[in-house]
Design a protein around this ligand. Structure first.
Ligand code: GDP
Ligand code: MG
Length: 296
């Protein structure tokens, strides 16, 4: 299945009209440099959306802001078109004073809401361009301890505005036991700070298989992920993974990490759900708060 991403089963998620128009889907990735954001995006979409770049030489200059970059790719699969936008936030948490690292990211998300609101308020509302962020994948460094203040701050500031999907970055460097206890400590922190992360809704009238799938997704959160675009031979199969003296950690093997679950949720089963939640809950809340604050 090389080159196959899997969004072409989107028609099962939505009706025909949106298929013809094509899908727009916008994902933001946040986390410190070197945590594997670009690699994971390439692994997810099976393409080199990010060209391989030479790592930057460290310099004495300190850039002052989180730099926000947008990359758009048109991909087509079995006649289904997807306009995919990746918003990358290099620089987050990389500076000596990271106190307000979350701020430019929140501003960017809200500016996209404003742009949508502005279009809705126009007389001619025929073709609304939706650049709102539908999911934010937040990379937690694989420390094995618990969430750091900067993680808590970021998630607390952002969870009312975007579907937050925290992941444990580079999880291949942790053992199974370390991952297990790290996950439960992260979940405790998330609960303690009342942080809302995205969870697939469970509908009673779904079929048993879908319900089980969604439960499995929820139980695996926060997903531990491994990114790689390098294929290795295992037996007579080519697998994507990372090589260690004792063996290969396979990206697409659910026994090795949760990459498949993340991809499943983001692309194959919950893309439309993430868009709906963004529109009907997150954006709606922003819009009504804005209306109230503009009433004098
Ligand atoms: P970014 O700065 O967050 O975009 O990180 P990159 O994707 O550029 O990756 C930084 C370095 O980490 C590169 O050398 C990658 O090969 C490596 N890397 C990326 N993903 C993983 C992973 O899942 N595990 C390990 N061990 N290394 C990774
Ligand atoms: Mg990068």
């Amino acid at each position: 299945l090389k080159g196959f991403v899997g969004f072409s089963n989107l028609p099962r998620q939505v009706h025909n009209k949106s298929i013809k128009k094509g899908f727009q889907f916008t994902v933001m990735v946040v986390g410190e440099s070197g945590l594997g954001k670009s690699t994971l995006i390439n692994t997810l979409f099976n393409t080199s959306i990010y060209p391989n770049k030479e790592p930057k030489e460290p310099t004495n200059e300190t850039p002052k802001t989180v730099d926000i970059q947008t990359i758009t790719a048109d991909i087509e699969e079995n006649g289904v078109k997807l306009k995919l936008t990746i918003i990358d936030t290099p620089g987050f948490g990389d500076y000596i004073n990271n106190e307000n690292s979350w701020q430019p990211i929140l501003e960017n998300i809200e500016a996209r809401f404003d742009a949508y609101l502005e279009q809705e308020n126009r007389v001619n509302r025929k073709r609304l361009i939706d650049t709102r962020v539908h999911a934010c994948v937040y990379f937690i460094p694989p420390t094995g301890h618990s969430l750091r203040p900067i993680d808590i701050e970021f998630m607390t500031r952002l969870h009312h505005r975007v579907n937050l999907i925290p992941v444990i970055a580079k999880s291949d460097i942790l053992s199974d036991e370390e991952i297990k206890s790290f996950k439960s400590r992260i979940l405790e922190d998330i609960a303690y700070h009342n942080i809302q992360i995205y969870q697939p809704p469970i509908y009673d009238n779904d079929d048993a298989e879908t319900i089980q799938e969604n439960k499995d997704i929820i139980l695996s959160m926060p997903f531990c992920v491994v990114g790689s675009d390098k294929p290795f031979k295992v037996g007579n199969k080519n697998v994507r993974g990372r090589k260690y003296p004792w063996g290969i950690i396979e990206v697409d093997n659910p026994e090795h990490c949760d990459f498949v679950k993340l991809r499943q949720m983001l692309i194959r089963t919950h893309m439309e759900e993430l868009k709906e939640y963004t529109n009907e809950v997150l954006y709606e809340k922003y819009r009504s708060q804005k209306l109230i604050s503009s009433e004098v």
